[in-house]
Design a protein around this ligand. Structure first.
Ligand code: GBH
Length: 473
């Protein structure tokens, strides 16, 4: 009876999807093989001083060659779905024009391999690896990049749209725009606030155009989605309310506004008026961007605490990973809002562990967009894992992090949120962007000398959850 279940733990609905996620540049390697050409992340990681330890994605987890045994591993873990990204520079190496059939074939084999193992393919078109020639022509601040993205979307739609279960246009356009073109901690490493806002709009437009192209070319019955990283904001006292509103506009509503409501928030346009007049928004763009999506992907790791800058103490801002002095991550609000230290406890990234933030985020989105199904497309944590003498990896902090966030997700479901699934970031330890291989998010350990995979205790724990749908209390 149900009482027994309640004693055993929290029960997730039967159709709830338990999956795991990766991204192309972070796991594939084979950066210069079978026709792939450089993306902005190849260029960035080869630029001295940009990535810790000078690490690059040249080899990464070598997933490009080890995909088959990685799929076997996913099957052993009982994953319902696998969220991966397609490398644009593998499929259309120069960004526009010639298609590299070998690149498409890789993803076709991957999709078939997933389906053969009963795992749903959830494919993201853009997880930050812009073909370098497109950056040389202006990158995301240039409107022509959206033309190229629409063409690329039509190519992958025609090749894989008969089998992919879910299409995701973009992963975290906030990171691409603000970290790539404003703060500069991500590729291409530019520091141009106005360009960052043009990138915001062109990423939104690229999303709309890609949906159009995918819908026109997919012959199966895929679901359509986009993945956003939301900022869940904290602030002390009334004085912080305006700071929270500003960052909410720049980080969250700059994307949900056009995508789900067909408009940019008035306060966003006002707050950024000294930076840009938004004249890059053309007639009909908002109609293109606002299209129904089957599921909204939500990435959540942590909260952020803000307050108005006092004008005296050295101003800090959040670079997307940690607090740093100065910088230009928030066009129109740099010098107005500052980010402050949070209470902890922290992960190895220094991120505040706050599962309540996930509950707030999910219920808040549900209140604002009641008919929009949601999916947690990333949640997870880096910790300094310890390998035992017998080679096993016990990672109780990660298990605890996952358990607490899944408990928050379950609470949200009980509160009426239409939450369809949960993907742990990440399947494998991998190239953690500016941190290289120093930060490990995997539920599976990767030895970066031998490339050997070892499921951590968290992977075995997640396997039991996926199998039983019961989260032990
Ligand atoms: C995701 O980015 C990426 O999609 C994925 O590729 C990456 O590996 C993974 O997360 C882990 O980093 O400074 O405490 O306020 C996440 C980027 C991380 C940006 C959290 C905002 C705020 C944390 N986000 N960050 S905090």
């Amino acid at each position: 009876g149900s009482a027994d279940y309640r004693d055993a733990g929290l029960v997730f609905p039967p159709g709830f999807t338990f999956g795991s996620a990766t991204a192309a540049y972070q796991v594939e390697g084979a950066a210069a093989q079978e026709g792939r050409l450089p993306s902005i992340w190849d260029t960035f990681s080869r630029t001295p001083g940009k990535v810790w330890n000078g690490d690059t994605g040249d080899v990464a987890c070598d997933h490009y060659h080890r995909w088959e045994s990685d799929l076997d591993l996913m099957q052993e873990l009982g994953l319902d779905a696998y969220r991966f990204s397609i490398a644009w520079p593998r499929v259309v190496p120069t960004g526009r024009g010639a298609v590299n059939q070998a690149g498409l074939d890789f993803y076709s084999r991957l999709v078939d391999g997933l389906l053969a193992r009963g795992i749903e393919p959830v494919a993201t078109l853009y997880h930050w690896d812009l073909p370098q020639p497109l950056e040389d022509a202006g990158g995301w601040p240039a409107r022509a990049t959206t033309d190229a993205f629409e063409e690329y979307a039509a190519i992958v739609g025609a090749a894989l749209g008969d089998r992919v279960h879910t299409w995701t246009t973009l992963n975290e356009p906030w990171c691409s725009a603000y970290l790539g073109y404003g703060q500069g901690g991500h590729a291409p490493g530019r520091h141009e606030p106005a360009a960052a806002l043009a990138a915001v709009h062109h990423l939104n437009l690229a999303h709309g155009r890609a949906l159009r192209a995918l819908r026109a070319t997919s012959t199966g019955a895929p679901e359509y989605s986009v993945t956003l990283n939301f900022h869940v904001l904290r602030g002390a006292g009334d004085a912080a309310a305006d700071a929270m509103r500003r960052i909410d506009a720049l980080a969250n509503r700059a994307f949900t506004g056009p995508m789900l409501k067909g408009e940019y928030p008035a306060d966003l346009l006002e707050d950024t008026a000294s930076v840009t007049d938004w004249s890059f928004v053309q007639d009909d763009d908002l109609a293109t961007i606002r299209q129904p999506i089957d599921v909204l992907g939500v990435n959540y790791y942590s909260t952020a605490t803000v307050r108005p800058w006092d004008g005296e103490t050295p101003m800090q801002h959040n670079d997307g990973h940690k607090l740093v002095a100065g910088g230009t991550a928030w066009p129109g609000s740099d010098g107005v809002v500052e980010f402050v230290e949070q209470p902890g406890p922290y992960t190895a990234m220094g991120w505040n562990i706050a599962p309540d933030g996930l509950y707030e985020l999910l219920t808040g989105l549900h209140d604002e967009f009641p008919d929009q199904p949601l999916m947690i497309t990333e949640n997870g944590a880096a910790f300094d894992d310890v390998v035992a003498a017998d080679g096993s990896v016990s990672d109780p902090e990660r298990v605890d992090y996952l358990r607490r966030h899944l408990t928050a997700a379950h609470r949200a479901i009980e509160a009426g949120v239409d939450l369809r699934g949960y993907f742990v970031w990440s399947l494998l330890d991998n190239f953690e962007w500016g941190y290289g291989y120093a930060k490990r998010f995997g539920i599976v350990r990767v030895d970066f000398d031998t490339l050997e995979r070892t499921p951590k205790h968290s992977a075995l724990w997640f396997r039991d959850l996926a199998a039983t749908h019961v989260l032990p209390r």
